[in-house]
Design a protein around this ligand. Structure first.
Ligand code: ADP
Ligand code: ADP
Length: 233
């Protein structure tokens, strides 16, 4: 019952200096309901790997099955539809559209899913309430704080009912208190059965995951359960 099944995955970028192997043969299975932190130094291949998991880019070689579907064999439109209904994306920079209201930002994935306008609006408002932002539906992103913007981005990620959240440094632009709030919300989502894959540099953010996978130079160099801290006695 794997949400993600990756085998011998490679990605080589063509650069002016010649080919650059950003991923050099990655194997990783992630079961439904897991909460996985992806760690590793800058340049180790984390973003490249997340882009492949999100079907935002294609590998140079290897296999990737997303919810049991081999993505290499899917035509582009089927892949886009699979991605849209399976994955919610959360980014470090929130990536809200500045001229759109919060409600319209949240509803955007429903436009691609061909949901009609009134239904989009209803579901977007419901999702904004879920992240504690009822009353802000008609505001623009610039009017709210960074932590609130990230909650809007999470509402957008959830609107299609995804089984998988891919989050690339979602707390990278947030203060520690706001980061903890976002992490608490991720924990609730995971408790509801949503699989989460989270890239982070920070050990205390990674500690919220149950499993920690570490990249170095385009390879996975460790994959282990998060050590549980003992309560002081
Ligand atoms: P991380 O997310 O761990 O910082 P990245 O996946 O962004 O690592 O990058 C891994 C390596 O691949 C880095 O050396 C980076 O410069 C290189 N890289 C990433 N994207 C590209 C690209 N589009 N073209 C060329 N090189 C790239
Ligand atoms: P992150 O902070 O997520 O690692 P980066 O700032 O490294 O992101 O990269 C931002 C974007 O630029 C990504 O889409 C990445 O693929 C691309 N990129 C990174 N390194 C290179 C590179 N050496 N050449 C071209 N594109 C790159």
């Amino acid at each position: 019952d794997n949400v993600i099944r990756v085998a011998r995955l490679t990605k080589t970028y063509e650069t002016a200096a010649g080919p650059f192997p950003a991923l050099r043969g990655v194997d990783l299975d992630i079961r439904r309901g897991e909460y996985v932190a992806i760690m590793g130094p800058s340049g180790s291949g984390k973003s490249t790997f997340m882009n492949l998991l999100g079907c935002l880019d294609t590998p140079s070689s290897g296999e990737y099955a997303l919810v049991g579907r081999n993505v290499a064999h899917l035509p582009g439109d089927e892949l886009a539809a699979l991605r849209n209904r399976t994955i919610g994306f959360v980014f470090q920079g929130f990536n809200l559209l500045p001229r759109m209201t919060l409600e319209d930002n949240v509803a955007l994935p429903l436009v691609y899913a061909h949901v009609e306008r009134e239904e989009r609006r209803r579901r977007a408002r419901e999702m904004l309430a879920r992240v504690g932002l009822e009353g802000y539906a008609r505001s623009l992103p610039a009017r709210i704080s960074g932590g609130q913007q990230q909650r809007v981005a999470i509402a957008r990620a959830l609107i299609n009912g995804p089984r998988l959240i891919l989050a690339d440094e979602p707390t990278g632009n947030l203060d520690s208190h706001t980061s903890e709030e976002i992490m608490t919300f991720f924990r609730e989502l995971n408790d509801e059965g949503i699989t989460i894959v989270l890239v982070t540099h920070e050990a205390d953010i990674a500690a919220h995951a149950e499993r920690q996978v570490r990249f170095l130079d385009g390879l996975i160099v460790s994959d282990r359960p998060t050590p549980r801290m003992e309560m002081p006695t």
